[in-house]
Ligand binder design. Structure first.
Ligand code: GLA
Length: 381
């Protein structure tokens, strides 16, 4: 009896030793997994790619719209939560109106009256936002099926998505070959590298339309988040949200985020520009300008969870949008997204640039590749 007992203790001790050896040996690895996300109505296969880095941060990306579907990151206590708005199913993205997580193109943001002139030719686009064209037209890059490829490397798991936008698609000139690479780095960043080439002069403005809520998707509004934007100027808009052409100083206005400030602190002030946007829905002219080098332009901090987002970009502008048009959209896990339940930092060239010669140019010519990079970096404090 005693001997049997000693034997069991020995076996128990041995197994404990083995478990601890195996957990020491099992160093976390980054990985990429792929699963079906369903089929479109016309029978095209769509996938969901799940990227995980060594610290467990996870990003889900679908080749439908080259869309960031979910992003799970820890809070200050190490609790992971999904911090981007979106849907559980492909159908949600097919019917989506707010552009949750999508890659936006060929021209992100607005083009006034759906018209621009390039090399003496006037191009007429679909007016899908009142009198204007918004986010590429009726069927923008967010509603296209992209070709995905695993390009993971030493920086972390990475997914390349490519798409050929044909000459005349949505009435834009030139065959535009577009590439978007999402890398989930080991430094808890989502890095998005955009590149494109054209065979005819065209205009291009690519961005990502993720809506963040650092307290977790669907967990209330974002009014307590503290925002900082490194921009001394912004582009005021008219009643249809088209820039007037002025680069206005933020000094003394509710648009001054040069020092961290809660989103909700001034959003309901009696300010003409806030009224026109129903809140913040404007382009900030970032101080790093048009150098094309990667610079930190914006930050967000959620005091409740301690999560911090830092945005770096090569772009000269950022559209800070506070989800003013969200009106009770049913999202992931049945959560209801109401007004101001998410905010976007859409790094970009300025809206309606093709009609504003004083704005940095969005013209792309054959033989001059387009390149743009934006990094969303996450941490806690
Ligand atoms: C951008 C626009 C907003 C709105 C959203 C999508 O942020 O500037 O006005 O259209 O996209 O709902």
């Amino acid at each position: 009896m005693v001997r049997r007992c000693e034997g069991s203790v020995a076996i128990l001790l041995l197994s404990i030793a083995m478990i601890s050896v195996s957990s020491v040996g099992a160093e976390a690895k980054s990985k990429m997994q792929k699963q079906s996300f369903g089929k479109t109505e016309d029978g095209q296969q769509v996938d969901l790619h799940i990227l995980t880095n060594k610290s467990g941060m996870q990003a889900e990306i679908t080749n439908y719209g080259a869309t960031l579907v979910s992003l799970k990151i820890p809070d200050r206590k190490g609790k992971f939560e999904d911090v981007v708005l979106g849907y559980d199913t492909l159908d949600g993205y097919v019917k989506d109106k707010p552009y949750f997580g999508a890659t936006i193109g060929r021209y992100g943001n607005r083009i006034a009256h759906g018209q621009f002139t390039l090399d003496g030719v006037t191009y007429t686009l679909a007016k899908n936002n009142g009198e204007n064209t918004l986010h590429g037209g009726i069927k923008g890059f967010n509603k296209r099926i992209w070709t995905a490829r695993d390009v993971s490397g030493s920086a972390g798991p990475a997914l390349e998505l490519t798409y050929l936008s044909k000459d005349g698609e949505e009435n834009f000139p030139g065959n535009l070959s577009v590439k978007v690479v999402y890398t989930l780095t080991e430094r808890n960043e989502i890095k998005i590298d955009y590149s494109a080439t054209t065979d005819k002069d065209t205009v291009i403005n690519l961005t990502n339309h993720s809506y963040f809520n650092l307290a977790g998707q669907g967990n209330g509004d974002i009014l307590q988040h503290q925002i900082m934007i490194r921009a001394d100027r912004f582009t005021p808009v008219d009643a249809t949200l088209i820039p007037t052409g002025e680069l206005r100083s933020v000094k003394g206005t509710p648009f001054d985020f040069t020092a961290p400030m809660a989103i909700g602190a001034r959003i309901n002030q009696n300010d003409e520009q806030l009224k026109l946007g129903r809140g913040y829905d404007h382009n900030w002219v970032v101080n790093s300008g048009t150098t094309g080098s990667l610079s930190m332009v914006a930050q967000a901090y959620d005091p409740s969870s301690g999560r911090v987002l830092e945005v770096s970009t090569t772009e000269p502008g950022v559209q800070f949008y506070t989800g003013n048009f969200l009106d009770g959209v049913t999202g992931k896990q049945g959560k209801i997204y109401k007004q101001r339940y998410g905010f976007c930092f859409e790094t970009q060239h300025f809206p309606d640039s093709p009609n504003h010669p004083n704005f940095p140019s969005t013209v792309l010519k054959p033989g001059q590749p387009y390149r743009s990079t934006t990094v969303y970096k996450f941490s806690t404090k």
